[in-house]
Unconditional design. Structure first.
Length: 246
């Protein structure tokens, strides 16, 4: 591993290097606090960092590898998986991670958990994209704006909107693996989200868990009057307590 940058700030060591041709970042807690557990931020590394930084301060190691696109294509998921295995050995941490997935990062978290449940401890999902027909295709109630989001998806998946109608690789199609493996989920969302409407996305996961008797491993954090942003739990301590099984 060739380190590109390394520095310490506020007791946290920041290490930057390249993994499989992609930028990778690891934040290490103070050595006297390190608990051997890992967080994987699946997308948008610097966005709404309050939860991840609080967890690093409490002893977690934070992992991040850049995505060439944010739409959870299979090769991206495999890069995430390989990075977890590499980091677990290189930094002496658990190979079962807690993901922090916000918006498209939540989608990536679901894809990763569905393909490699053995490396998942808990999912923190925040306004997650779980239904491509909703976002980015906007066939439902999502805001119909011209922001290039669909063009991004089409380039990433090489798929037209007509082909998407019969596609069966949405995150909501993969929930059975999460249920089978009883993967714990903390899901935050804004009830006024116009970009990724909860009733077209996260609600499918909520209902699937409830219908399968898994309400004890699911926490729903409904943020009243909140749109897609800002991301983050209503109460960081509450979120961490759930993640830690308290």
């Amino acid at each position: 591993m060739e380190i590109k940058a390394k520095y310490e700030y506020d007791g946290i060591t920041h290490v930057e290097f390249e993994f499989n041709g992609k930028k990778a970042i690891v934040l290490l807690p103070a050595s006297n606090k390190k608990n051997g557990k890992a967080i994987l931020k699946t997308e948008y590394f610097g966005a709404f960092p309050e939860l991840q930084l609080e967890m690093v301060k409490r002893g977690y190691t934070l992992l991040f590898i850049e995505n060439h696109n944010r739409w959870g294509t299979p090769e991206q998921i495999e890069d995430q998986y390989e990075f977890i295995l590499f980091a677990s050995k290189e930094f002496d941490i658990s190979s079962k991670v807690i993901t922090i997935g916000m918006s498209c990062g939540g989608m990536i978290s679901i894809h990763l958990a569905a393909r490699h449940p053995e490396v998942i401890d808990t999912l923190y999902l925040d306004a997650p994209v779980l239904n491509y027909l909703s976002c980015p295709a906007r066939f439902g109630d999502a805001c119909d704006v011209t922001d290039g989001m669909w063009d991004e998806f089409e380039r990433a998946w090489h798929m037209t909107k007509s082909e998407l109608l019969t596609f069966r690789g949405h995150p909501i199609d993969e929930l059975g693996v999460l249920i089978e493996n009883k993967i714990r989920v903390y899901m935050a969302y804004g009830d006024s989200d116009k970009t990724v409407p909860y009733h077209e996305n996260g609600i499918v996961l909520e209902r699937a868990y409830m219908e399968n008797g898994l309400e004890n491993i699911l926490f729903i954090d409904k943020k009243e009057g909140v749109d897609h942003h800002p991301h983050g739990p209503s109460d960081i301590n509450c979120a961490i307590n759930f993640i830690e099984g308290k």
